[in-house]
Design a protein. Sequence first.
Length: 309
Amino acid sequence: MSSNAHVPVLLGPVLEGLDIKQDGLYVDGTFGRGGHSSAILQRLSGNGRLIAIDRDPQAIASAPAALLEDPRFELVRGEIERLAACIEDKGLTGQVDGLLLDIGVSSPQLDEAERGFSFLRDGPLDMRMDPESGISAAAWLGQVEEHELRRILRQFGEENQAVRIARAIIAARAETPLQTTTQLADVVASVIPAHTRKTNPATKTFQAIRIFINRELEQLEAALAQSLDVLAPGGRLCVISFHSLEDRIAKRFIRDASREAEQYRGMPDVPAEFRPKLRQVGKAITATADEVAANVRARSARLRVAERL
């Protein structure tokens, strides 16, 4: 396991962005290995409360005993697209003082070859954040049509060589089923030589398939929309993204929610339900050079913060 496995990204800015109240109620919507949760809990008094959510059973199983034994802490296995239902089940709708969403794959998931997320480690081609549900990347690649594969590579990987890669994958699976990460990476590299790229030629292909398999962007969009219901007035929303697709969604959501509904924009009397729901707090925050040097995963991280009105 890498040294980055348990390093929470942008920790200082997240804690500042959440503007933590000692007696407050907070939700870590993407628990991972608990780095952010542990730091949040340290800032809460005995009356504070933290609810963490994650769909990865390994993340749940790896939760530190110190957290699980803390009466202020609760860990829930579930998907962030069911955020509102989770909070409603606890009778806490509209009472959350801070919500953190750290989007994307975690370092431990990348480091564990058997999860199939990384083209740098040979393992089964799975890529599911919850291996107990949904279809694996290998099974999907074994049945997807070429035109659909091209679409996924373009849409979720922003891959400008989608046609060549999709054609190569379809041809390769006709000879041998693609079952491992190395097989897939080698197929991509065979049509996109590494020397023509600044990064590994399989980077965007793996990203695209992972995002599609896990419905990551749909999950993010649902959680953002539901944040308006779960947050208390003055509650903070913090979203960490690692690539432009996620960040664009967060940026647009905060921008749109910070304005009056279009039909009332600029009018003196706006009905309450059409008034701004959020206030943007500052600009997007990125990691310092020191943090990147200590944790390379922070290099592409971007934090956006907003406050519920």
